[in-house]
Write a protein that binds this ligand. Structure first.
Ligand code: CAA
Length: 389
């Protein structure tokens, strides 16, 4: 159809705390240059004990609801791979915290880091069916690996909230998509573990293979040519991965992969992820926020998106930036969310990493730590209780 549908508003939130790589490097004897240059990261967001995917999601979505109202929101789709319950959708807590209308559906989606994109595509389908409605898409994750593993350096946490509707004010999402699925154990988390398992090298090559697969399907379906795009947003488990992925795509297409060209295509998309770390489902959309907030005027230009979720599913799609988008951006709030995090030392990071609720059904209030607008007040009789500050 000709109805433009896409991202009408975009807002991100992250955590109370930040761990600098100097602290991790001093602990494990690694050269900090490996983190800064080898994986392209400056710091990692760390949630306080009273923060989780729900509090970050509510914090990201609140300004969106404040700006546009909730009257037209008929659906909330919450994408995450670090869910807090096996049954109840985390989005229902957010629905409650934000006072969204009861005449709405709320659901949670999972497929590793890919499900934020599934949520966006499902939202577009719903708006296509009824263009008067808006869909609140939330992607929120806390990336956690076991202490002392290679994955530990690629942790992080953030949430992105997007309002999806007709005649979007930011980015119109185009219809063609390229998809790729392969059954592979590159990264996964069994139900009995709180940290992810990963085969690091395997995960990088699986990602690169998925880039080629999704792009191949995209071009076979009549998508745009590579040189029509002015920028590319990749899933960023660490920002160097976006460079590897774009280099792979250029080579696959027979282009010379000049480093300056790669930096021009993806440099701006890494600005926030380098500070936040891996935010799984949110990561690619944190990249989009950074691009829109930092690039010179992108009006009318095409952006390529490559969403990857281990296991694995990938999708390549395109968006075009809408005239007037700059007046809608939340650049200052985004910089503030990242800038106000409090630096913690290794001991505090470790204490937070090792902490978990006892599974005894008792009363477990959580001391107030976050300066954010929403907090996890505790676990009482196996029930999570959230509160607005
Ligand atoms: N100075 C500069 N660079 C250095 C350095 C130094 N002193 N020491 C090492 N490096 C470089 C290395 O050369 C390497 O660069 P290249 O990849 O370009 O060769 C880079 O730093 C990393 O070094 P290693 O490969 O030795 O690092 P590692 O064994 O510690 O593993 C990792 C790195 C695989 C990313 C690991 O952190 C990990 O397993 N992370 C989790 C998995 C992951 O993020 N995978 C990404 C794809 S899967 C995905 O995208 C889904 C998802 O979200 C998880």
């Amino acid at each position: 159809g000709n109805l433009p549908i896409g991202i009408h508003d975009l807002s991100l939130a992250t955590t109370q705390y930040v761990l600098m790589y100097e602290a991790l490097a001093a602990q494990n004897g690694t050269s900090v240059a490996k983190y800064h240059w080898g994986i392209g990261q400056r710091s990692m967001s760390v949630p306080a004990a009273d923060e989780d995917i729900v509090t970050m999601a509510a914090q990201a979505a609140a300004p969106v609801v404040a700006r546009h109202g909730a009257d037209r929101i008929r659906t909330v789709v919450f994408a995450t791979e670090t869910s807090v319950d096996q049954s109840k959708a985390a989005g229902i807590y957010v629905h409650s915290l934000l006072g969204l209308p009861s005449a709405a559906r709320v659901v949670e989606l999972k497929q590793a880091c890919y499900s934020g994109t599934a949520a966006l595509q499902f939202a577009i389908g719903l708006v296509h069916r009824d263009p008067s409605q808006q869909v609140l898409v939330i992607a929120s994750d806390v990336s956690r690996y076991e202490l002392g593993t290679a994955g530990e350096a690629t942790q992080g946490a953030a949430a992105v909230a997007m309002l999806v509707g007709a005649d979007p004010a930011l980015v119109r999402i185009e219809e063609q998509s390229g998809m790729f699925t392969a059954d592979i154990m590159d990264f996964w988390r069994p139900n009995y573990l709180t940290t992810a398992l990963v085969d690091g090298r395997e995960s990088i090559s699986a990602y690169l293979q998925a880039v080629e697969g999704a792009w191949k399907d995209y071009t076979e379906r009549g998508g745009r040519a590579l040189d029509e795009f002015s920028a590319f947003c990749y899933h960023q488990p660490f920002t160097k991965m976006a460079y590897k992925a774009h280099r792979q795509l250029l080579q696959h297409c027979g282009h010379a992969a000049a480093e300056a060209e790669i930096t021009r295509a993806i440099g701006h998309t890494t600005a926030y992820n380098a500070e936040i770390g891996n935010s799984y489902t949110a990561s690619m959309y944190v990249g989009l926020a950074a691009l829109l907030d930092h690039a010179d005027d992108l009006t009318g230009q095409a952006i390529g998106f490559l969403s990857y979720g281990s296991g694995s599913v990938a999708e390549f799609f395109a968006g075009t930036v809408v005239p007037g988008y700059r007046a809608q951006l939340r650049s200052e709030a985004h910089r503030e969310a990242i800038g106000r995090r409090k630096e913690i030392d290794y001991a505090k990071y470790r204490e937070l990493h090792e902490w978990s609720f006892p599974a005894d059904g008792g009363e477990h209030p959580v001391p107030r730590e976050t300066a954010g607008p929403y907090r996890l007040a505790g676990l009482f009789g196996h029930k999570r209780v959230y509160a607005a500050r």
